[in-house]
Design a protein around this ligand. Structure first.
Ligand code: GDP
Ligand code: MG
Length: 312
């Protein structure tokens, strides 16, 4: 992985004071909970705004942004520290190619994360995409199969291009609600999470506008059409997800080499063992016993057993 040394987080000083104050407040809360490091993995299809979101959070141009093809072929980790708090953000290449999930790209991502702990997954898509289809479901399934279902307990959905005027006279809130609902449904299906379980721990959906032309409020903070200053809101939601529990995902050798971390087949293991015992081992044992019983013993053996005389 293209790793950069941990540097002082200078980008934060580029933010308006109001944003800086809020970020310090949220990161301070994490530190109170003994969370001194936060590693954020950013994933999604190509061109949805992953790299731009990384740059927006850090406040520096650390990841290559491209209007056409993604320039990053491997994950890029960017580390910044501030007041004894370390923020690591991992930007990844899009994992879709020619309309399919590129399993090899996912494998490269997973391997390059060896020994890293993922605290948060940002699943990025665009707010102004009007449909969700089986490809989205496949992308979500591939992420789930790679890191395990548990990653969604530490997941957030990030919708970029959030400064938009909804079509068809829909209100902004309604449009956002509809888009979130459609995506969340596909996440539930792709990650094979039970409906009830999903409703109880719903995955937050946050809005992001990476454009330099994003509106600002009186404090200079970048705000969305709904008036929310999106960067502090994103960091606050990340903090809430951490506080709500769930487990960070350690990418160890087992996760890399192992089968699907969701152990889909584990239910069958005892059944297969029982089947093997009763139908294979028992049968062979029976056959051996019968064979021994049937065996015509040589004369000398019968003699030793004291049977020879009776036979003759
Ligand atoms: P990635 O392939 O997912 O990393 O996407 P990039 O960050 O490279 O962005 C792809 C294109 O979308 C670039 O031209 C960005 O400038 C643009 N872009 C990304 N996020 C936003 C956003 O929130 N609003 C607008 N208007 N453009 C964006
Ligand atoms: Mg990118």
């Amino acid at each position: 992985m293209a790793t950069q040394a941990v540097r002082e987080w200078l980008g934060i000083q580029q933010f308006p004071v109001a944003t800086q104050n809020k970020l310090h407040e949220y990161l301070g809360k994490l530190k109170q909970e003994n969370v001194n490091t936060l590693t954020i993995l950013v994933m999604g299809k190509g061109g949805v705004g992953k790299s731009s979101t990384v740059n927006s959070i850090i406040g520096e141009r650390v990841a290559a942004v491209s209007a056409f093809q993604s320039e990053v072929l491997r994950p890029v980790i960017c580390s910044r520290s501030r007041a004894e708090f370390t923020l690591n953000i991992i930007d990844t290449p899009g994992i879709v190619e020619g309309g399919y999930v590129n399993e090899q790209a996912l494998e490269v991502i997973k391997r390059s994360l060896l020994d890293k702990t993922i605290d948060i997954l940002l699943y990025v898509d665009r707010l102004d995409a009007y449909r969700v289809d089986t490809l989205d479901r496949q992308v979500i399934k591939a992420i789930t199969d790679t890191f395990g279902k548990g990653i969604w307990q530490r997941g957030l959905i990030v919708l970029t291009h959030a400064q938009l005027s909804p079509p068809d006279g829909l209100s902004y809130e309604d449009f956002f609600a509809k888009r979130s609902e459609a995506l969340l449904k596909y996440i539930r299906l792709g990650a094979r999470i039970k409906k009830q379980e999903f409703q109880e721990n719903s995955i937050p959906v946050v809005l992001v506008e990476n454009s330099g032309r994003c509106k600002t409020d009186d404090n200079g903070e970048k705000v969305l059409p709904n008036g929310i200053a999106w960067l502090p809101n994103l960091v606050k939601t990340i903090t809430d997800v951490i506080m709500n529990g769930g487990k960070s995902i350690l990418v160890d050798q087992k996760l890399i080499d192992g089968p699907n971390p969701n152990d889909r087949g584990k239910f069958f293991i005892p059944l297969i063992l029982a089947f093997q015992y009763f139908f294979v081992v028992k049968r062979i044992q029976g056959a051996i016993k019968r064979d021994i019983a049937k065996e015509s013993k040589p004369l000398w053996e019968l003699r030793d057993m004291g049977l020879a005389n009776r036979q003759f």
